[in-house]
Design a binder for this molecule. Structure first.
Ligand SMILES: Nc1nc2c(ncn2[C@@H]2O[C@H](COP(=O)(O)OP(=O)(O)OP(=O)(O)O)[C@@H](O)[C@H]2O)c(=O)[nH]1
Ligand SMILES: [Mg+2]
Length: 385
């Protein structure tokens, strides 16, 4: 699937002064003044998921067909195990997967290599089938009536969310009228340092902006001045405002200000960037919980999504990080960044199997358009293409 981006609408707003109701003992937010900036390289063709998993396919999965053709014996199972683990599928997940597969081959009396390989694809797909209705923005837009019911019960829209211009399903596409899109929708983005949080926020901001949603970004990663500048740059490129304080400021105060600004500026989507590490005396999880509390004080049903950004190139480490964030913060979705940068895309199976949290997006490059929804079938097909 190749998606094209159109040039963004030239609807940049004059920045406003920061809100007056900031808590005391907080520095006045800096004026965040995106000037008229050139549109991002919007005509570039974004990298597709197929391109992003090409290395994983070529390095590992392309061998699998040959293995099956040599016969369904112990050697096959051993080779498969080795290959899947090498592709970062994780020992636990791989062992479970192969046990299920062997059992199926036995029970169904499968002798045909092609049929056996098809069974492997099905088993891989079933691992990715995380039936999760977590979060308010990115849940499945299913035609299944039972899904419709449970979605309604937690207040999630069940409309077609395909973006009008980006092709991304990011919730509340303009053509839906957005009746049940929470306003402002609050997305809290978390993850350890360097995973791709700020870049991914830039991509999401760009996508929402393309759909005609008014976006505001909050620079609650106050750990490094460069982090604030980086978010501002993405804000400029996407043509959206950024609320920022100075380096070393209280992240919760930035969040507080951004929530006030979101209200007064009639913002549709507020996306909050957070630090992946802090000065040693502050516990990162405590800080994140505090940010969460501030959000809930102003937006009782928020944050509507807690997006954990994982780095696909960090393999099984990504999983350890994920566990620690999900336990502390109630993560509702995962964005797997840098899928294009690894030959070990099998990590997606380990993540889905072990966390049972939906992977909503994958990062396929460093550009604004290099973001795709994660579609299990498309992903497995790309691995075996
Ligand atoms: N190839 C590729 N690179 C990416 C992707 N997403 C992010 N990056 C790169 O990864 C690096 C780190 O990204 P950041 O967005 O700064 O990561 P971060 O999590 O905000 O980092 P900290 O603010 O230090 O915690 C940058 O060089 C990005 O360009 C992706 O999907 N593909
Ligand atoms: Mg960052």
């Amino acid at each position: 699937m190749v998606r094209f981006f159109r040039r963004k609408k030239g609807a940049e707003e004059a920045p406003e002064a920061a809100e007056a109701d900031a808590p005391e003992a907080v520095e006045a937010p800096e004026a965040d003044a995106p000037e008229a900036v050139e549109a991002p390289a919007a005509e570039e063709v974004p990298k597709s998921v197929e391109q992003a998993v090409e290395r994983t396919r070529r390095t590992w999965f392309s061998r699998i067909g040959g293995m099956f053709r040599r016969g369904l014996d112990d050697e096959l199972w051993a080779e498969l195990e080795e290959t899947l683990i090498a592709a970062d599928t994780g020992v636990e997940t791989t062992v479970k997967l192969l046990e299920n597969l062997k059992e199926r081959v036995k029970e169904e009396g499968i002798r045909d290599p092609e049929q056996a390989q098809e069974a492997l694809r099905e088993e891989l797909l079933s691992i990715l089938d995380v039936d999760s209705r977590l979060g308010r923005l990115w849940g499945p837009a299913s035609a299944d009536p039972s899904a419709e019911l449970s979605e309604r019960s937690i207040g999630v829209r069940n409309a077609d969310r395909t973006g009008a211009t980006t092709g991304l399903r990011i919730g509340g596409a303009a053509q839906d009228g957005g009746a049940e899109f929470p306003k402002p929708a609050v997305v809290l983005v978390v993850g350890v340092n360097g995973t791709g949080k700020t870049t991914s926020i830039g991509k999401l901001a760009h996508a929402y902006q393309q759909e005609g949603r008014k976006v505001l970004l909050a620079a609650a990663d106050t750990f490094r001045a460069a982090a604030i500048d980086q978010l501002k740059q993405w804000g400029e490129r996407a043509g959206v405002d950024v609320i920022a304080h100075k380096q070393g400021g209280d992240p919760a105060a930035v969040v507080f200000d951004s929530l006030s600004a979101a209200e007064s500026r009639d913002v549709d989507v507020l996306i909050i960037d957070t630090a992946g590490r802090l000065h040693t005396k502050v516990n990162l999880m405590e800080e994140m919980r505090k940010v969460n509390r501030i959000i809930q004080r102003k937006v009782p049903d928020g944050p509507h999504e807690v997006l954990l950004v994982l780095d696909a190139t960090s393999g099984q480490n990504a999983l350890h990080q994920a566990k620690y964030f999900t336990e502390a913060l109630g993560v509702t979705g995962i964005l797997l960044a840098k899928l294009d940068g690894t030959a070990k895309g099998g990590v997606v199976f380990a993540i889905c199997d072990q966390l049972r949290i939906p992977v909503r997006f994958v990062g396929t490059g460093e550009k604004a358009g290099d973001l795709a929804n994660f579609e299990p079938k498309q992903f497995v097909d790309a691995l075996f293409a």
